[in-house]
Design a protein around this ligand. Structure first.
Ligand SMILES: Cc1cc2nc3c(=O)[nH]c(=O)nc-3n(C[C@H](O)[C@H](O)[C@H](O)COP(=O)(O)O)c2cc1C
Length: 169
């Protein structure tokens, strides 16, 4: 059965937005009705059967607007199927799973989402210049480490879980 799904994301430099778009496209291909929205522009959670929420990680933290979204919608999210992902690790540590930051973990404890997923991220040279960092300090991290087959596979798992899930009244 087709479900209504919100894919909401918080990004600074765009890498997480593209991951969210790919997740959304995969769910749509599987027959679900999907809206992919930047988290600040996300419609009411009450309109959806399920929510996929992703944030970029910076210095071990989620983007503040993503934490705010979890906090503000905690009660509604509790009653829905929720998947969390974050995009971060780049360079030599691109395959390292990242724990949820403590504030996000506390909220997740209340919401009971599916197990969170870490996706490797992307750091472009222009972005390094944009944040005022010295290129030579971050040179070893520059590049796109996003693993598209892994992102597709994770999305497929969600599509399957949604097909068999019972919608909460
Ligand atoms: C200043 C800075 C700090 C970062 N801190 C982390 C971090 O603590 N953990 C992590 O996994 N990735 C970290 N990253 C990598 C970013 O999360 C990665 O580039 C991500 O894909 C960016 O997503 P966005 O383009 O959606 O903003 C950092 C990147 C920068 C530039």
């Amino acid at each position: 059965m087709s479900k209504k799904v919100l894919v909401a994301y918080a990004t600074k430099m765009g890498a997480t937005a593209t991951i969210a778009a790919v997740v959304g496209a995969e769910l749509r291909t599987a027959g679900h009705q999907v809206d992919v929205r930047e988290i600040g522009a996300a419609p009411a959670v009450s309109e959806y059967d399920a929510v996929v929420l992703g944030s970029a990680i910076y210095r071990g933290r989620w983007r503040p607007e993503a934490v705010r979204f979890l906090r503000d919608h905690e009660r509604q999210l509790r009653n829905r199927q929720v998947w969390l992902f974050h995009s971060g690790p780049i360079g030599p540590s691109k395959n390292q799973n990242q724990p949820l930051p403590p504030d996000v973990a506390r909220l997740a404890h209340l919401i009971h989402p599916n197990p969170p997923k870490t996706f490797a991220g992307d750091l472009q040279a222009e972005a390094v210049a944009g944040i005022g960092a010295h290129r030579e300090d971050l040179e070893h991290l520059i590049g796109d480490s996003r693993d598209w087959p892994e992102i597709h596979a994770w999305s497929d798992g969600i599509a399957t879980a949604l097909r068999t899930a019972v919608v909460q009244p």
